[in-house]
Design a protein around this ligand. Structure first.
Ligand code: SF4
Length: 264
């Protein structure tokens, strides 16, 4: 297990997000030990605004120590507005091997559920089985863009191994929880050659699949066929989900309309 070494206090926690499939969200940690090198949009933003000084600083998470007090104060105020509260958009609630962050996230989700609000959760860590004891309206997700652990070590160096991530998700599915997978940011073949269908098969037990292209990456934009590639991948996801009666969402900008698709 790893230890949290930095603590911060915040004045507010819950906010409405403009992320396309989001409603309200909370980020009770600054930084993320997973250190994704896609690159991570949250890291780029926090660095730009001076919240973190370097990649190393970003990878040493700072826990918001007054998280539960802020929830006590804010939940009554937001109660009738929130359809679903997402953890998290700018950090990871189940950061791999950080027991203290896991405990805080579990307590936070319980508090949100006790206020009558459901949560959606997304991680590249391990979803604890204790989540199965919380509201069955919650939706538990993992990000999975490859089944290759070599790729994971290169691009998500601090995140949980793929097999562990998947088996934790499956255990929650088998315990009757709603589960989902985010296949985003999906890499182009010049980054890794892989079979999207194998990934879809590996996650075929989940209730919903979100698929999205890789943004902010020079490697992806330099791949000449990237628009055509993402159109074909999105089509595969749609066909797979339709055939298996699964919900799906293709992120904005992943499919390029054919009329704009002249030069690929
Ligand atoms: S898990 Fe998410 S927040 Fe953490 S470094 Fe990776 S992309 Fe960023």
């Amino acid at each position: 297990m790893k230890k949290v070494t930095k603590y911060i206090s915040r004045k507010t926690l819950i906010y409405k997000t403009d992320v396309e499939y989001g409603d309200y969200t909370m980020n009770h940690v600054l930084g993320c030990s997973h250190g994704c090198k896609y690159p991570c949009y949250a890291y780029l933003q926090k660095k730009r605004f001076g919240n973190v000084t370097s990649y190393e600083d970003w990878c040493a998470p700072a826990l918001v120590k007054n998280t539960l007090e802020l929830l006590d104060r804010e939940l009554p105020k937001f109660k009738n507005k929130i359809k679903i509260l997402h953890l998290c958009f700018t950090t990871d609630p189940f950061m791999y091997e950080y027991d203290e962050i896991q405990k805080m996230s579990l307590s936070a989700i319980k508090k949100v559920n006790d206020a009558g609000i459901k949560c959606s959760v997304l991680t590249k860590g391990i979803l604890p089985i204790a989540l199965a004891d919380l509201s069955k309206d919650n939706e538990y997700g993992v990000t999975l863009v490859s089944l290759d652990d070599g790729f994971r070590e290169r691009m998500e160096p601090g995140a949980a191994p793929i097999a562990e991530r998947l088996s934790a998700l499956k255990a929650l599915h088998e315990a009757g929880c709603k589960t989902w997978v985010s296949i985003e940011p999906y890499p182009t073949p010049n980054i890794i050659q892989q079979d999207l269908e194998a990934i879809l098969e590996a996650v075929s037990f989940v209730d919903k699949i979100i698929f999205g292209r890789m943004n902010y990456s020079k490697e992806t934009s330099s791949y000449k066929e990237h628009k055509r590639f993402y159109n074909e991948c999105a089509q595969k996801v749609i066909e797979f989900c339709t055939e298996h009666h699964r919900a799906y969402h293709i992120k904005d900008g992943t499919i390029t309309p054919l009329k704009e698709n002249k030069n690929v």
